[in-house]
Design a protein around this ligand. Structure first.
Ligand SMILES: [Zn+2]
Length: 533
């Protein structure tokens, strides 16, 4: 939560500036004696916001983000980002940066947000926002790991708790409202309205920016975490290079803020020396051996492309993506070397195919898909992503996807495969296969709202209305919308009363229990609201 609190500048220069600010935010409030000084200070335990209180603030914010139309649980991108995030979490635990108490108390949940600007931010309670613009612009998973580990470290080092303690004691609901206000302000699409809400955003900014020392600490801790997680430390250098470039481009009179607080040389120097140290220590330098590198690059290019398309760039941009892809498709493939297709080519074709499908030009989409698949069929990871895209585009076209009859749900392992092929199986009239697999999935992952939602559709298709309504309730519950969840649980109870054979005893008692738990949570929240005020 750094650049969030800044007035959004003109659209063209927004992305890189936002990124720059996310990484480089100066001390915006008076420094306390404990965090001045040249050496890294003991940022220490100088805070009294408990982790439980911080989590409550975070939950309030999360409740709103779940309802934000820009919140996007895209299963394919979510899997990709989780594939970076989970190793970072594991490394933070192993290094002792993430202790058991915070690990259990906080959510450690990422929100993908449909926003073209380049940003990632930490929120109270272990929630994080990641703009699709960031995923779309980084050149490697190592660069993305650089940003995510930095943001994670703001939370593990309790920087947010310190910020909130440093300022006047505000009620948690007020803190949540302030963060949400700043979030909303940062999203204003044009400068004029940004100027109007800018006042509030700046007020929030002056209270909630991380200090220079906190940024340095997040750089240092984040670096250790990402290297331990197996990412290439050169990703850090590449990321800082991007930031420096942005800084130079934006260094004009329109941004006094940037002029007075350039990406400071100390942080850059520290990052560079860390990268060099890692390289000369003889540690494994890369997350992937050279032969994997081409595959990894192709996969990243596809996922960055997907992020750019899903960020809703508008028709003109979609058309440009299609044209770029057509140009790439025309390039003759070197024979016997499909993997030599460079990542940029693969990414362009992926973007073009998806953009064409969004514009409902399915003939174009199919032709670009064919060109894409010809270039990635020797790369298992990329091939899997290509297969998913084929199925998605068939679904968008209203067809019964070929995968719908071919796929065995029991064999699927990734969430993206389950959710995409699950829809394909529903289209192919195989709802029972979907519900039996998803039942075990949600039993292990009750917070997976999208899986509950798909399960609900699968039950509906089988005429199992009580189970369908209950799964719908669980989906609302997973997104912290307790009143809506209770409403659905009660609807399920009503259905059971009106048609006694609609559910068995077991199902009925689960629904009663869940309804009572949800009611208790709503009461607890109301009580907490009174205390907080
Ligand atoms: Zn930071």
């Amino acid at each position: 939560m750094t650049s969030l609190f800044l007035k959004r500048p003109a659209r063209l220069i927004t992305p890189l500036l936002a990124l720059l600010l996310a990484f480089s935010v100066p001390a915006a409030w008076p420094q306390t004696p404990s965090n001045t000084g040249a050496s890294l200070p003991a940022l220490g335990d100088n805070f009294d916001l408990t982790s439980a209180a911080e989590r409550r603030i975070g939950d309030r914010i999360a409740t709103s983000i779940f309802r934000d139309p820009d919140y996007l649980d895209d299963p394919v991108l979510t899997d990709y980002v989780q594939g970076i995030w989970q190793p970072l979490m594991a490394a933070a635990r192993a290094r002792g940066e993430l202790g058991q108490e915070l690990d259990e108390r906080f959510a450690w949940q990422l929100f993908l947000l449909r926003d073209r600007s380049i940003n990632a931010f930490a929120l109270p309670g272990g929630y994080f926002g990641v703009h699709l613009g960031l995923v779309g612009v980084v050149s490697s998973r190592d660069e993305l790991a650089t940003v995510l580990s930095h943001e994670m470290s703001h939370v593990t080092q309790r920087h947010i708790a310190r910020l909130m303690t440093q300022q006047s004691k505000q009620a948690p609901w007020m803190m949540a409202a302030m963060v949400l206000g700043a979030l909303a302000a940062s999203k204003s699409p044009n400068a004029a309205s940004a100027a109007i809400v800018g006042g509030q955003a700046l007020a929030a900014q002056s209270q909630l920016n991380f200090s220079r020392d906190m940024e340095r600490e997040a750089d240092r801790v984040g670096f250790g975490v990402m290297v331990d997680a197996g990412f290439d430390s050169r990703g850090v250098a590449a990321m800082f290079e991007k930031l420096q470039q942005a800084s130079r481009l934006n260094d004009n009179g329109a941004f006094p803020y940037l002029r007075s607080h350039p990406l400071n040389t100390q942080r850059i120097a520290e990052a560079q020396s860390r990268v060099q140290l890692t390289a000369t220590n003889g540690l494994p330098p890369a997350s992937s051996a050279a032969q994997d590198a081409a595959q990894t690059r192709a996969v990243h290019a596809m996922m960055a492309a997907r992020a750019r398309v899903l960020a809703a760039p508008g028709v003109d941009q979609q058309r440009i993506m299609i044209e770029l892809a057509r140009a790439r498709a025309a390039v003759v493939l070197p024979s016997a070397q499909p993997l030599s297709a460079d990542a940029a080519q693969v990414g362009a074709l992926y973007a073009g195919a998806l953009a064409a499908a969004q514009l409902r030009d399915f003939a174009q989409a199919r032709s670009l898909l064919a060109a894409l698949m010809a270039r990635i069929n020797a790369n298992p990871q990329a091939g899997t992503l290509g297969d998913l895209l084929v199925t998605e585009i068939e679904l968008m076209e209203g067809k019964v996807p070929a995968a719908g009859t071919r796929v065995d749900m029991a064999q699927l392992r990734t969430r993206a495969e389950l959710l995409v092929y699950g829809r394909a199986l529903l289209a192919a009239q195989r709802p029972k296969d979907v519900s039996s697999r998803l039942q075990t999935w949600v039993a292990e992952r009750p917070k997976d709202a999208a899986a509950w939602q798909l399960l609900s559709s699968a039950y509906t298709a089988q005429g199992q209305s009580v189970r369908a309504v209950r799964a719908d309730a669980e989906s609302r519950f997973a997104e912290l919308d307790y009143p809506a969840a209770l409403d659905r649980f009660k609807a399920a109870q009503g259905l059971m009363r009106s048609s006694p054979g609609a559910a068995d005893y077991m199902e009925g008692s689960i629904i009663d229990t869940r309804a009572r738990q949800t009611e208790a949570l709503i009461r607890e929240q109301a009580l907490q609201d009174k205390v907080d005020r």
